[in-house]
Design a protein around this ligand. Structure first.
Ligand SMILES: C[S@@+](CC[C@H](N)C(=O)[O-])C[C@H]1O[C@@H](n2cnc3c(N)ncnc32)[C@H](O)[C@@H]1O
Length: 282
């Protein structure tokens, strides 16, 4: 251990160690800030400050784990979504930028009045919390089959001081059966990966993201099929179902809608892939 290692020296060491990775410079910076528990501003103001020995050892452990394939978001414990920092753990999917398209779609369709919204498969709570911040008059329910994921989501909501979301454990709509509750919006980023896609996933994803968050049976469509079939019962007439799909699923997904649905539309993501399906209950 070198007593006088400075933050900048440690940063350079990280860049060298992570050298084969495409984002080596960015990753070394993020891990250094995490290990030293400082902001980027503080680093930039005094890169020559000595780094405490404990932080140096922590930084080296983080770099070693990154080289072993642990995702950056799991090492820092946070991932940004809709410009909000979200706690992520091994129990939740790290929010993906393409899912922001789902939030954008709901905001586009919202009247901004006191609408009711249900987020199915909330994970870290990213969709529900982003919507709660944008739509302070909305009443939001968020469900997940995983109690561990719900604990993370509740902590994220508390950190963002968002109080108008009710989190409950539910297998899709099971918690609402017999309640008579109907929503203006049902939003979901459901699991949609097939068994074959799961087997071919990068170790970064397969070993560190919860299987239940991603895998949806042999075909990848099992959860989406249930979501589309059952959501009609829990939407108000004229209410919207807005959900994310995976690559190559659009045609099969569009085939799931019966005549009870209108205004079935697709939104493409920035990579030009069909990503968000919207449908309105007739
Ligand atoms: C793809 S992740 C999405 C998480 C988060 N909404 C996001 O966009 O980052 C899917 C989530 O659905 C949950 N889930 C899977 N099957 C479910 C079910 N049958 N009922 C409710 N939630 C489910 C998983 O636990 C996981 O948190």
């Amino acid at each position: 251990m070198e007593a006088n290692t400075t933050l900048a020296e440690l940063f350079r060491r990280g860049v060298v160690l992570l050298g084969d990775r495409p984002q080596a410079v960015l990753e070394a910076k993020v891990l250094l800030l995490r290990a030293a528990a400082i902001s980027e501003e503080r680093y930039l103001a005094a890169p020559g400050s000595p780094c405490p020995a404990k932080a140096e050892a922590f930084f080296e452990r983080l770099v070693a784990k990154r080289l072993d394939g642990v995702p950056l978001s799991h090492l820092t414990g946070t991932k940004e979504f809709w410009s909000i920092p979200f706690e992520v753990t091994l129990s939740v999917l790290a929010p993906r930028p393409e899912t922001e398209g789902l939030v954008e779609k709901v905001l586009e369709l919202s009247t901004r009045e006191s609408e009711t919204i249900l987020d199915v498969g909330t994970g870290s709570g990213c969709i529900a919390i982003a919507l709660a911040k944008e739509l302070p008059r909305a009443e939001i329910q968020a469900v997940d089959i995983s109690e561990r994921a719900l604990r993370v989501a509740r902590r994220n909501a508390a950190r963002q001081k968002v109080r108008h979301i009710e989190f409950r454990r539910s297998d899709l709509f099971s918690a609402f059966r017999g309640t008579g509750l109907r929503f203006d919006f049902i939003v979901s980023n459901p699991p949609y990966i097939s068994r074959a896609e799961w087997d071919a996933l990068e170790p970064d994803v397969r070993d560190f993201e919860p299987r239940r968050a991603l895998l949806a049976g042999e075909s990848g469509l099992e959860t989406i099929e249930r979501l589309v079939r059952r959501s009609g019962t829990f939407l108000k007439p004229g209410g919207y179902l807005v959900f994310e799909i995976g690559e190559g699923q659009r045609d099969n997904v569009l085939g799931l809608f019966s005549r009870r649905w209108t205004e079935i539309e697709t939104a493409w993501d920035l990579a030009g892939k069909p990503r968000v399906i919207t449908a309105r209950r007739a």
